[in-house]
Design a protein around this ligand. Structure first.
Ligand code: 4NP
Length: 140
């Protein structure tokens, strides 16, 4: 799960997907990362942690990191939140096999950046949850 800062959207996506995978008895490795390095080493934004907690998901133990080339080798799919993330990650792809792994989490829609608007965290959670449910439905 990849976004810009790896403190708002992708930590939620990591937490939600891990939660749903467990619920569906799927032994998936789910992680998240950012394309920007401002918050590396920090925990998620408190607004994301609180929103996740409201829905019974604890993301407080996550630590922000940068996306790295080796993620293309470790993961089968790289889900990104918006089109800037998409172009940033595609720019790091080494070959078509990498490129083919990169998808928008919501298929053809974006998960908007809630960083500057507290009111967006709940709707963003809902979008991410719906997207993750759709992905699980399509893959199992
Ligand atoms: P995220 O949100 O990409 O959903 O984690 C952001 C977090 C931090 C910044 C931008 C977006 N920032 O500019 O620090």
């Amino acid at each position: 799960m990849v976004c810009l800062g790896n403190i708002c959207r992708s930590p939620l996506a990591e937490g939600v997907m891990q939660h749903l995978a467990k619920e569906n008895n799927l032994n998936w490795q789910v992680d998240s990362a950012g394309t920007g390095d401002w918050h590396v080493g920090q925990g998620p934004d408190r607004r994301s942690t609180n929103t996740a907690r409201k829905h019974g998901i604890d993301i407080s133990g996550q630590v922000c990191r940068l996306f790295r080339i080796s993620d293309f080798d470790v993961f089968d799919v790289i889900f990104v939140m918006d089109r800037n993330n998409l172009s940033d990650i595609l720019a790091m792809a080494r070959h078509e096999a990498d490129t083919g792994k990169v998808k928008l989490l919501l298929g053809d829609k974006i998960v908007p950046d809630p960083y500057f608007d507290d009111a967006q965290f709940e709707p963003v959670f809902k979008m991410i949850e719906e997207g993750c449910r759709e992905i699980i439905k399509s893959l199992i």
